[in-house]
Design a protein around this ligand. Structure first.
Ligand code: NDP
Ligand code: ZN
Length: 352
C-alpha cells in the first residue's frame, strides 16, 4: 500500500509499505479525511523526535473500519470512526499509578502515530486497542469537524484545562493557530470573562474573535507583556495558555500572569536545553505562579466528549478548515502548506 512518510530528517516522500498486521484487540482503518499537524513539521524538519526513517506521517484522521480483531466488542467493519492522535496502552501499570495516559509507557508514549509507529497518512492504518481508543463518528457530524477532534480540539481545550481557568477570569492565549484557536474556545467554554488572544495573522485573529476572544494582541506591535499589563491595569492575566511561539513566550507568560495565577502550556518548545523562567517574574520562586505542560489526552472517552461539544453546538471546529484537497496524493501539498504557513492558512485537510 502507499504511504506518505518521513524518509529522514528534512525529507518526505511516497513509499510502498506492507499492510499493517492486527492483534486481537486492534482495528485496521482506511482514512476518510486526514490533516497535517504543525507537529508533523517539527518531526520532519526539526527532527523533534530524533531520526526516523520511512516512518509514515500523520496523526489526525477520521475513517472507516476495514477489520477488527476477534476481541473487539464495540466496533465492526464499516463503522465510521474518529481516531484520536493519542492512543494509549490502557492496560499498563503506569496508568494505574496515576500517570496520565499520554505517558502510558514512558513520557509521550501514548502518542504512537507518526512517533513510535506508522501514522495515518496511508491507504490503511492500524489502531491499537480499538474499544478503548476509537469513537464512533456521530451522524450529522461533517468530516471537517471530525478531523479537528483527534488533535486540534482536544489539545487546545487541554491548554484551558492545564491553565485551570475560573469563571470570569482574564485569560491570555499566546498563539492563535488552530491549537490556540481551540484554546480560546476552551477558555470561553470554561467561563473566562476576558480573553486576550495573541497572534499576528488577520485570518486567525478574526476567527479568534468568533471563538470567544474579547481582544486581539499583535506580538509584532510591541512587547506582549506590556500590552497585557496595559490592558489589565498592571495586574496581569489570571491565566495564560501557551499555544505557539519560541521559548521566549514562556518568559513572557510568567511575567504576564499575576501572582497565584497559572500557566497551561501545550506548545512544543524545540530549542535549548533549558527553558527560560524569569527569576523576578517568577517572584524568585515564591510567587505561586504554576506552570503545567501537557500532551493532549487521547482515547475513546475523550473523543466522545469532544464530539458531544460539536453535536450539541457548543463548538464548530470545522471553521478552522481553510483549504480542502481531494485525494491521498495531495497530502504532500497539504503538509507543505503547514510548513510554509501563508497568511490565509489555518488548517488544510485532505478528503479521500
Ligand atoms: P501554528 O504555527 O498554526 O500557530 C502558532 C501561533 O503562534 C500563531 O498564532 C503565531 O502567530 C503565534 N506565534 C508565533 N510566534 C509568536 C511569538 N513570538 N509570540 C506570540 N505568538 C507567536 O501552530 P499550531 O496551532 O498548529 O500548533 C501550536 C503548537 O502546538 C505547535 O508547537 C504544535 O507542535 C503544538 N502541538 C501540541 C500538542 C500537544 O498535545 N501538546 C498537539 C498538537 C500540536 P501568527 O502566525 O499569527 O504570526
Ligand atoms: Zn499533532
Amino acid at each position: 500500500m502507499r504511504a506518505f512518510a518521513m524518509l529522514k530528517i528534512g525529507a518526505t516522500g511516497w513509499i510502498e509499505k506492507e499492510k499493517p498486521q492486527m492483534g486481537p484487540y486492534d482495528a485496521l482503518v482506511e482514512p476518510l479525511v486526514l490533516a497535517p499537524c504543525t507537529s508533523d513539521i517539527h518531526t520532519v524538519y526539526e527532527g523533534a523526535l530524533g531520526e526516523r526513517n520511512n516512518l509514515t506521517l500523520g496523526h489526525e484522521a477520521a475513517g472507516k473500519i476495514v477489520a477488527v480483531g476477534k476481541e473487539v466488542k464495540d466496533f465492526k467493519p464499516g463503522d465510521r470512526v474518529i481516531v484520536p492522535a493519542i492512543t494509549p496502552d490502557w492496560r499498563t501499570v503506569q496508568i494505574q499509578d496515576g500517570v496520565p495516559a499520554c505517558h502510558s509507557e514512558g513520557a509521550l508514549t501514548g502518542w504512537k502515530f507518526s512517533n513510535i509507529k506508522d501514522g495515518v497518512f496511508a491507504e490503511l492504518f492500524h489502531v491499537n486497542d480499538a474499544d478503548m481508543n476509537l469513537a464512533l463518528m456521530p451522524d450529522g457530524m461533517s468530516l471537517e469537524q471530525a478531523v479537528m477532534l483527534p488533535d486540534m480540539v482536544t489539545t487546545g481545550l487541554h491548554g484551558a484545562e492545564l491553565a485551570d481557568i475560573s469563571f470570569g477570569a482574564t485569560v491570555a492565549v499566546i498563539g492563535i493557530g488552530p491549537v490556540g484557536l481551540m484554546a480560546v474556545a476552551g477558555a470561553k467554554l470554561r467561563g473566562a470573562g476576558r480573553i486576550l488572544a495573541v497572534g499576528s495573522r488577520k485570518r486567525c485573529a478574526d476567527l479568534a474573535m468568533t471563538y470567544g476572544a474579547t481582544e486581539i494582541i499583535n506580538y509584532k506591535n510591541g512587547d506582549i507583556v506590556q500590552q497585557v499589563m496595559d490592558a489589565t491595569r498592571g495586574l496581569g492575566a489570571d491565566n495564560v495558555i501557551i499555544a505557539g511561539g519560541p521559548a521566549s513566550v514562556l518568559t513572557q507568560a510568567v511575567d504576564m500572569v499575576r501572582p497565584g495565577g497559572s500557566i497551561g502550556n501545550v506548545n512544543y518548545f524545540g530549542e535549548g536545553d533549558v527553558l527560560p523562567v524569569p527569576r523576578l517574574g517568577w517572584a524568585c520562586g515564591m510567587g505561586h505562579k504554576s506552570i503545567k505542560g501537557g500532551l493532549t489526552p487521547g482515547g475513546r472517552a475523550r473523543m466522545e466528549r469532544m464530539a458531544a461539544l460539536v453535536m450539541n453546538k457548543r463548538l464548530d471546529p470545522g471553521l478552522m478548515v481553510t483549504h480542502t484537497f481531494k485525494g491521498l496524493e495531495h497530502l504532500s501539498e497539504a503538509l507543505e502548506m503547514m510548513h510554509h504557513k501563508s497568511a490565509d492558512v489555518i488548517k488544510p485537510i485532505v478528503l479521500l
